[in-house]
Every structure is written in structure tokens, then in C-alpha cells.
Design a protein around this ligand. Structure first.
Ligand SMILES: Cc1ncc(COP(=O)(O)O)c(C=O)c1O
Length: 392
């Protein structure tokens, strides 16, 4: 039995997969079981932020595994404390909670938002609605699916968690209308600055400003889901910096620990102490190995000039992509890029790229690029040459 047959016999079929068995990786190149190599423009959906098996990252993870690999959250570890200090101080947040995924980070944000209103306004106020945007994506747990503003996800698993109301992204009038219809009942507005799974669609600056203005009027918390857009992906540590706003809560995951599971929920002083002993927890949350990986990622991303290189490489991608005749439109920021094609099907193109040695993602009807943040210009050229050939 080959790997794929063995795999399918024992692992549930919840994913559509390519017929590709990856065995190892080095830098921005993955190698399959049959020895074929692939340039990686997807980095495990924006997760291997420093590429495969980066030296500093491997060293940090291995050293931590030799020291202490896990302890319960009844105790403290220095590696957690160091990582949390580094992240909170560099991101400008007071405190954080550790989970293991984007969905968990968002679950935490949702709990904080509801408890913030519960504590302040009382149970009878029923101030528990969270407004989310149409076409958003916030995770696969029942509650984060409920938060996700795409009907296609609201199937099979009934009943979904109540208390989520959607508004049209980039439509200020609709935002105002939804807030007015639910006046006194909304505890938070939750959004992605760039809707990643929704097709790499950026929110307008004017719209983001309107969210913050409207929320400020009624003590409504702002929750930025930066699970995909955060940790240097768009050219700043947080994308909120480029929008010039400060969400009350920001969630991060994916690239934060460079390829080991992590998810964090960052809170400003206003809601940093909402969670009290017993109100939230996670066995693996703050796992020392994940924190060691996170320290290695942050040390690299925060190095002088590193984020500028992400911006520059992003421009380079945009320039090169716009020169391709089949490309209709490029969207995104930094190294989070979506490409609408004129006539070809993005999924067919992604498959053809794979056949020719390039791993590339799709999002809705677009091609999606989330390469490792330290990809070289030579590797960008090599990958784009494969794409150009496929698009001919
Ligand atoms: C914006 C956003 N939020 C949440 C999630 C869920 O993250 P995870 O799969 O780690 O639970 C994703 C995953 O794609 C995402 O892009």
C-alpha cells in the first residue's frame, strides 16, 4: 500500500488534497517522497513564516525540547513569559492568552467580548451580539463557523451558536444600519483587515475608520482577526499599524511560531483582565516548544529592516504579476497576495503549477500567494517563471 492509500484508509476525508506526499523541506523548497522538488509560495497557508527548517528556529525548538517540552498551566515557564513580553511589547498590547490555533484565538476573543459586556452591563442587558463581516472566515469550531460570514459554512452542524450578525464589508451605511438595528445589544465588531479565505480582499481605510468611530460611540469592542495577516505577513508586525488603528483585541496564529501550533489573543488594558481564573483555559496553550518557535520568529521579524524587505518583495510580486497578460487584478498587502485571472480557472492553474514544481494556493476564484517571509528574489523569479509558463 502506498502512502496515499494508507493515509486515506485511516484518516477522515475532510480535506480535498493533491496527490503529493511531502517528505522534507529546506528553505523555501519542499521535497516529495519521489524526490521531486517544489518552490513553496504557500508556506503551509502562511504558517512556515521562515520557510522550512530555518536554522535559528530549529535550534530554538530543539533546545527547548531538551529543557522542558510541556507543563500544565498550573505552573509558570520562563519561555512563555519571555515570548509574551516580546509579543505584547512589540505589538503594543497589555496582555495575551495562549491557545493552539486561529479558531481558538478567536474563541477567546469572542469570550472576552461577551464577558466584558456581561461584567459591565449585567446579564439582563443581553449585550452579547458580535457583528462580523460577510465573506469573512474565522475558523472551524462551531462558534467560529457561526462568526464566519459565509452561508456556505452554515450547514450540517445545526444548531449554530447564536449571537452573530453579519454586515456587508466596505459598506459603511450597512454597518451603521446593523448597529442601529441591534442598538444596546452589540458587544463587539470582528473583522479581518484583509479577508484571506474570502479571496484576499482588503478593507478600505475609510471603512475601517468608520468601524472604530461607530464602536467608540457605544463601548463596543473592536476585534481584529489577524490570524492570516499578522506577524509581518503584510509588511508590519500587525496590519492594524498600516491602517492606523488600535483594535481592543487582536488574534494571531498561523505564522506566529513558524510552523508549530499556536494561537494567541492579545488584549488592550481595557479588556486585559476580563478572563479570571477558571473562565478559560487550554491544556496545550503556551506550550514551551511553540513559545520557543515563536521567539525565533519574532526575533527574525523584528530584526532591523526585515519588515521593509517584506514590503519590497511584495511590490516585486505585484510588479511581476501585473506584467502577466492573463492577470486581471492583484490585491492584498506585502506578501499576502491574491490574483484574479482573466480566463483561466485558478484551481486548474494551481494544479498545473504543482505539476511543474510550484506550490501555490487558491482563495475563492483567485490564486493566492503566502510565501515564506524570507523568500529570496531568485526563488520568487523561479516560482513566477513556472506560473508564467502555466498561464501562457
Ligand atoms: C482569518 C482567519 N481566522 C481564523 C482562521 C482559523 O485558523 P485555524 O485553522 O488555525 O484554526 C483562519 C484560517 O485560515 C483565518 O484565515
Amino acid at each position: 500500500m502506498n502512502t496515499i492509500e494508507q493515509f486515506n484508509e485511516h484518516i477522515m476525508g475532510s480535506y480535498g488534497r493533491y496527490d503529493l506526499v511531502l517528505e522534507k523541506g529546506e528553505g523555501r523548497t519542499a521535497t516529495a517522497e519521489d524526490g521531486k522538488t517544489y518552490i513553496d509560495f504557500g508556506s503551509g497557508i502562511g504558517t512556515n513564516s521562515l520557510g522550512y527548517c530555518n536554522d535559528k528556529w530549529v535550534e530554538a525548538i530543539c533546545a527547548q525540547a531538551h529543557n522542558i517540552q510541556h507543563t500544565s498551566n498550573y505552573y509558570y515557564t520562563k519561555v512563555q513569559a519571555d515570548f509574551a513580553k516580546k509579543l505584547c511589547e512589540s505589538a503594543g498590547y497589555s496582555k495575551m492568552f495562549f491557545g493552539n490555533s486561529g479558531a481558538e484565538a478567536n474563541e477567546c476573543a469572542i469570550k472576552i467580548a461577551r464577558k466584558y459586556s456581561f461584567d459591565k452591563y449585567g446579564k439582563d442587558a443581553e449585550r452579547n451580539i458580535i457583528v462580523t463581516l460577510k465573506n469573512s472566515f474565522h475558523g472551524r469550531t462551531v462558534t467560529t463557523l457561526s462568526a464566519t460570514g459565509q452561508d456556505v459554512f452554515h450547514n450540517y452542524f445545526f444548531p449554530f451558536t447564536p449571537g452573530f450578525v453579519n454586515t456587508e464589508a466596505n459598506n459603511i451605511d450597512d454597518l451603521k444600519k446593523v448597529l442601529a438595528e441591534n442598538k444596546g445589544k452589540v458587544c463587539a465588531v470582528m473583522f479581518e483587515f484583509i479577508q484571506g479565505e474570502g479571496g484576499v480582499i482588503s478593507l478600505d481605510h475609510e471603512y475601517v475608520n468608520a468601524i472604530f468611530e461607530e464602536c467608540a460611540k457605544d463601548d463596543i469592542l473592536t476585534i481584529a482577526d489577524e490570524v492570516q495577516s499578522g506577524v509581518g505577513r503584510t509588511g508590519s508586525l500587525l496590519t492594524s499599524e498600516q491602517y492606523g488603528v488600535k483594535p481592543d483585541i487582536t488574534t494571531l496564529a498561523k505564522g506566529l511560531a513558524g510552523g508549530v501550533p499556536i494561537g494567541v489573543c492579545l488584549a488592550t488594558e481595557k479588556c486585559a483582565d476580563v478572563l479570571t481564573p477558571g473562565t478559560h483555559g487550554s491544556t496545550f496553550g503556551g506550550n514551551p516548544i511553540a513559545c520557543a518557535g515563536g521567539n525565533a520568529v519574532l526575533d527574525t521579524v523584528l530584526e532591523e529592516g526585515f519588515l521593509d524587505t517584506v514590503v519590497q518583495k511584495g511590490y516585486y510580486f505585484w510588479q511581476k504579476l501585473n506584467e502577466m497578460p492573463e492577470v486581471e487584478h492583484v490585491d492584498g498587502l506585502g506578501l499576502m497576495i491574491g490574483v484574479k485571472l482573466k480566463s483561466k480557472d485558478a484551481h486548474d492553474v494551481a494544479k498545473a503549477c504543482l505539476d511543474n514544481g510550484l506550490l501555490i494556493l487558491t482563495a475563492k476564484e483567485k490564486l493566492r500567494f503566502l510565501p515564506p517571509l524570507n523568500i529570496t528574489y531568485e526563488e520568487i523569479d523561479k516560482g513566477l517563471a513556472i506560473l508564467a509558463e502555466v498561464l501562457k
